[in-house]
Write a protein that binds this ligand. Structure first.
Ligand SMILES: NC(=O)c1ccc[n+]([C@@H]2O[C@H](COP(=O)([O-])OP(=O)(O)OC[C@H]3O[C@@H](n4cnc5c(N)ncnc54)[C@H](O)[C@@H]3O)[C@@H](O)[C@H]2O)c1
Length: 355
């Protein structure tokens, strides 16, 4: 067995159908008395419901979370939290809302209780991102890791089917890259395989019946595992490409992950054969890259960048940005491999099935 280092993340996870009923108990266990509830404008009624459950422990609601955490929104939320005398934040929603909670915690140290309603996995990581003057800065800080996470599959029932599928494949992407990460370990490998299997099982079930609580539970369980992998080990080519396409060309987060993942896996297949075997086995399909493409295609998700807002004339620029400051990857992708990355992006643009 290879030597390894495992850093357990100090968060408490409460999982189960109907587990939102433990909210008050969990806020009390955190030692908090005045919670600021965070959400996007679209989920303000869910935030209201949470505030009602909190009763006198609710300090107020801030429902202006948006994608990529603009610094202006973060500042406003911090001011509101201070003005209301909040001693914790409850983030109900996807990665955008959790991200806003993290931005508040980064400066104030306010503890966060996260209630995830997508499969993005941000709640299990100490990674934050804040966008200033069009540039998204990311970093790691233990203060932003949510203190407690309540996973209640009932809250994900309203996630539209299309976003459910792409969000689930976004989660799979964390685990897939975790399986060839330089700093992976036997525990993250187990979490990654189990997470991919749970999500791959859940996706067709959710498509068939969006209200299927068992499928929703499998998906949220998989999201927890894959988010934990993301929080524990480094990411590589796939995440670099998605940050480039999402950040510089404003493509939607979960959809970009869904389209790019099969092509990133095909690029890395020969350099990371063991990881590919594990991904394929977890998917219960013969090949990792083609299996991920089919998982998306079979369940109505986008498979081509051109269908999610990318322009052919921007592919050169995207390749240049991606190779200018590469992450570690099992197969190098620096400036010398620029043409290979440009070809990968072309295949992703057209939505060709890897073989
Ligand atoms: N820091 C990290 O570790 C990390 C990890 C993953 C993602 N992220 C970040 O998270 C963001 C993406 O998060 P996301 O994909 O979860 O999307 P999101 O949080 O932006 O949500 C997308 C939309 O779906 C709505 N929504 C969420 N759950 C719903 C539900 N159950 N019912 C109805 N509508 C619902 C939201 O209100 C929003 O309008 C990106 O900015 C990404 O960079 C960060």
């Amino acid at each position: 067995m290879q030597d390894f280092v495992f850093n357990g993340q100090p968060s408490r996870v409460v999982f189960g159908v109907g587990s939102l009923k433990h909210l008050e108990r969990e806020i009390e266990a955190m030692g908090a008395k005045r919670a600021l509830v965070l959400s996007t404008p679209e989920q303000s009624s869910q935030a209201r419901h949470i505030a009602d459950l909190l009763g006198s422990r609710a300090a107020g609601i801030f429902s202006k979370a948006v994608m990529h955490v603009p610094i202006e929104t973060a500042r406003e939320a911090r001011e509101v939290a201070a003005k209301l005398g909040a001693d914790c934040a409850v983030a109900v929603g996807g990665g955008s809302t959790t991200g806003l909670g993290k931005a508040i915690a980064l400066e104030s140290g306010l503890p966060i209780l996260a209630i995830p309603t997508t499969y993005a996995g941000s709640e299990m990581t100490p990674i934050y991102g804040i966008t200033e003057a069009g540039l998204k800065k990311t970093g790691r800080d233990p203060r932003v890791l949510p203190r407690t996470v309540i996973y209640d599959p009932l809250l994900s029932l309203s996630l539209p089917v299309g976003l459910s599928v792409t969000s689930a494949i976004n989660a799979i992407a964390h685990a897939a890259e975790g399986l060839y990460a330089q700093d992976r370990n036997p525990i993250t490998d187990l979490m990654a395989q189990e997470g991919i299997a749970a999500l791959a099982r859940a996706i067709p079930g959710i498509c068939k019946q969006p209200g299927d609580v068992d499928a929703r539970s499998d998906a949220l369980y998989g999201a927890w595992l894959c988010g934990s992998v993301l929080g524990n080990v480094g990411m590589a080519l796939h995440h670099k490409l998605c940050h480039t396409l999402g950040g510089s060309f404003n493509l939607p987060h979960a959809e970009v992950h869904t389209v790019v993942l099969p092509h990133a896996m095909a690029f890395n297949a020969e350099a990371a054969p063991l990881a590919m075997q594990k991904i394929a086995a977890a998917l219960n399909r013969p090949d990792a890259a083609a299996g991920l493409f089919d998982l998306a295609a079979d369940n109505g998700a986008p498979t081509a960048l051109r269908d999610i807002g990318m322009r052919q004339e921007d592919l050169d620029k995207a390749a240049d940005i991606a190779v200018s400051n590469p992450y570690w990857n099992p197969r190098p992708f620096g400036k010398e491999q620029r043409n290979l990355i440009r070809e990968l992006l072309q295949r992703a643009f057209e939505g060709s099935r890897p073989n």
